[in-house]
Each structure stands twice: as C-alpha cells, then as structure tokens.
Design a protein around this ligand. Sequence first.
Ligand SMILES: Nc1ncnc2c1ncn2[C@@H]1O[C@H](COP(=O)(O)OP(=O)(O)OP(=O)(O)O)[C@@H](O)[C@H]1O
Length: 302
Amino acid sequence: MIAVTDLTMRYGDALAVDDLTFEVRPGLVTGFLGPNGAGKSTTMRVILGLETPDAGTALVGGRPYVSFRRPMREVGALLDAGAVHGGRTAAMHLRCLARSNDIGRERVGEVLEQVGLAEVAGRRIAGFSLGMRQRLGIAAALLGDPGVLMFDEPVNGLDPEGIRWIRELMRRLAGEGRTVLVSSHLMSEMALTADHLVVIGRGRLVADTAMAELAARFEGDVLVRAAGQEAFAHVLRASGASVREEPGGLSVTGLDASRIGELALRHGVALRELTPRGASLEEAFMELTEDSLEFAAEGSTR
Ligand SMILES: Nc1ncnc2c1ncn2[C@@H]1O[C@H](COP(=O)(O)OP(=O)(O)OP(=O)(O)O)[C@@H](O)[C@H]1O
C-alpha cells in the first residue's frame, strides 16, 4: 500500500503538489490522472525518495522508500524510460540493477522474457526504439518481484499491441494482489485499465473514486422524441424514470434506451427519436479538472 499524506512540494515559487492526500490499495489498478503539469510525476518522485517534500509524507507499506535496504524488492517503478545507459546491453543493464539489490541473476532472463525482449537481450540499448525502452523500464520495475508497482505514463511510445500488453500486465499484477499505481493524462486509457481513480489538478486532489462510481455519476441521458410526448412522459415516470422536457424532446434518465423502446411499444407510442447521450468519461475528466488546467488556451478545452 502507498499512503500519501498532506504532501506539499514546491519548485521555487511553483507549487507542484498542494496538500495532497490519498491511498493506493493492493489488488487494484489505481489510475493517477491529471492534465499535463498536474503534479503526477512529482508525486511519484517523492514516493520514490527522489525529491524531498516541503511538507507531508509518502510511505510505502508504512515506511519511507529511502529506508528500504533493497528497494527494488519492495517497489518497482517506471519513471523515465529514457534514463538508461545507452552503451549497455539490455541484459547488462538489468544485471547491474539485480546485483545492487541482491536479486538473483536468473530474474534477468525471466523479466526479459516477460516483457518480450528476450531476443534482443544482447543488443545495446542505444539502438532501442522508445517502445523497447519502455519495455526495458518495465522489466527493471518487475526485476525484484515487488509488491508495489508504479508506472508513469507507461503507454508512451507504444504501438496498439504494446498498449494492450501493458494493460493486461497491469491487470495481472493487480490480480496477483500487488499495489499498482499508473499515471496518465488520458481518461480513455484509464477507463480501460483502472479499477480506482485518483484525479489531481494543479497539485490538488480533485477526485478519489472507484471507476464504476465515476461512470455512474456521469451517466448520460436518453433523448426521446415521440408522438404524444406528454402522455409518454407519464408512462416513463410511472416506470421510475426522471423526465425533463427540453426543446423538441424529453431528456430521460434512470431507464436505458432499450427499456424506453419496450415501453413505447407496449403503449403504442410512435417513437421519432431514441438517442442515448452518454457523457463520456473524457467529458467527466474535463469537468473535474477544468478549473485546474495549467496552460488552458482561452475558450478551448484540452
Ligand atoms: N524539476 C522541476 N523544476 C521546476 N519545476 C518543476 C520541476 N518538475 C516539475 N515542475 C513543475 O511542477 C508542476 C508539476 O509537474 P509534474 O511533472 O509533476 O506534472 P505531471 O502531472 O507529471 O505532468 P505531465 O503529465 O506533463 O508529466 C509543473 O508545473 C511543472 O512545471
């Protein structure tokens, strides 16, 4: 488990993380979501002891990261996949990491296999594509078989097959009971991967919610246009729907389109339009974070 409590981190005058508190629980993929510059990487760097916060704590299993003697056995992290020594081969790079953390050499082959780099184990990293570097970074994170994993924007540079692979890997790791925190600035990505979401904007907590709860909260309505609309509104209400009149139709919530269609059929109502209007999770994210965009262009949403 990761516990971030009252965390504040400044860079000069800039407040990167502002009194942030959240927990990341085992057995779930927790998405760490926020627009560019929201403070996700900074928070992860503090958790990994790479930055000293101005206030608050970030603990892994109740302890600060720097207190672990063999940290890679406790926490695996992919932060900046570019930050490796290009002159080494993939296998050499991982062997060095393994040695410094008292991890058996056999793990190197295992993780290279696991991330699909076994065939290029002997090649220099300098010649690796961005996607291969991401995979190597993930291999390093998995090396110590840690119970806690953190991935900062792991799908960057990966092709669709690679993206699917990452998603499945994270789900599997969580399924094994590990704590998995993955950052992204794309809600669409999180919607497919995360069970739980921690959303931040301008360093502050915006939402800490189960994915399913968020989806329900931003559930859309169904636009209904029908002959004898008023009478049909009564029918819908009697069946438990909330109905609001709007120009040219009814906005219906609480019943889905197929149920509304059945009711229309049963009551002999001719439908002219039946359109589910789902507020997408992307819109939900925009709404949650619109006040906290760092560089929002005037009149535009990103
Ligand atoms: N080393 C640094 N020096 C100065 N300011 C920094 C530094 N690192 C981050 N910042 C600032 O802190 C804020 C948070 O940045 P951070 O990289 O944590 O955000 P992020 O959510 O990870 O964004 P992105 O998705 O763009 O990586 C930003 O305003 C950023 O400009």
